[in-house]
Design a protein around this ligand. Structure first.
Ligand SMILES: [Zn+2]
Length: 251
């Protein structure tokens, strides 16, 4: 047996995280873990570790089957939604290597890439101070609104700003941004969607994409929820509404 201090269990029980920032969530063949007496230390067999690392490496180099008239939407991978941020999603940053792989492939294949960002006025109605459910986050022009520094920005990036209204929140990237009109004009028929958070802005974006007569594919390895329960509920809602969860057995 080999002791790997850098490994710890992830938000999902079936996930592993290592200090390189890779993450995986898969149902089958996951290594057994045995917590020992040392805090944050997990013991894992060498063979199982290799299998896990092979899976992580494969996942982060995976060929995404983009096709003509696709687009990629990266939802709110901003500092405030990552560890250390004002509204940190648990392990929100570990999806970044996977998303970067998707983005770089999209860029190479000339698939348009859209990056949304939450960008709230200081008195936004979603903030607890205004009676909303969330702590203040992504306040306009603060550091927290910036994209995570590890997120790859494609040459063909298009940025979509949302959450700017004083009278309501805009979780979905489609909500009053004109994105539906734009994608129709660009001939987009299918969208791949990943980012943060799965059970808030990502799920609403997926559902709005479907309502906009687009095919919608959730990047199951490229999103994380605020809560595990919320994530499961969001997955069911998206799947029942006709979205594809990619890869189909990822969660
Ligand atoms: Zn927000």
């Amino acid at each position: 047996m080999l002791e790997i201090p850098g490994f710890k269990t992830c938000f999902y029980n079936s996930s592993f995280v290592c200090r390189r920032g890779f993450a995986s969530s898969f149902k089958h063949g996951r290594p057994q873990r045995h917590k020992n007496k040392f805090k944050n230390t997990t013991v894992i067999s060498k063979a199982k570790l290799k299998k896990t690392q092979d899976r992580l490496d494969t996942m982060n180099q995976e060929k995404i089957p983009f096709k003509k008239n696709d687009a990629l939407i990266i939802v709110d991978v901003q500092k405030d939604f990552c560890p250390g941020g004002a509204l940190a999603i648990p392990e929100g940053d570990i999806i970044i290597p996977y998303l970067n792989n998707c983005i770089q492939q999209a860029e190479t294949e000339q698939i348009p890439v859209y990056y949304s960002r939450d960008f709230h006025p200081v008195v936004h109605p979603s903030f607890e101070s205004q009676g909303g459910p969330w702590p203040a986050h992504c306040v306009q022009d603060t550091d927290g609104t910036k994209f995570h520094p590890d997120l790859y920005i494609a040459d063909n990036a298009v940025f979509v700003t949302k959450g700017v209204r004083f009278d309501q929140d805009q979780n979905s990237v489609f909500d009053q941004t004109g994105l539906k009109y734009h994608l129709e004009s660009a001939g987009v028929q299918r969208v791949w969607i990943g980012g943060l958070a799965m059970d808030v802005c990502v799920v609403d974006t997926v559902l709005d994409a479907l309502a906009s007569n687009l095919q919608a594919i959730l990047l199951g390895e490229g999103t994380k929820p605020v809560t595990e329960q919320g994530g499961q509920s969001a997955l069911e809602k998206m799947s029942n509404s006709g979205a594809v969860i990619y890869p189909t057995d990822s969660k």
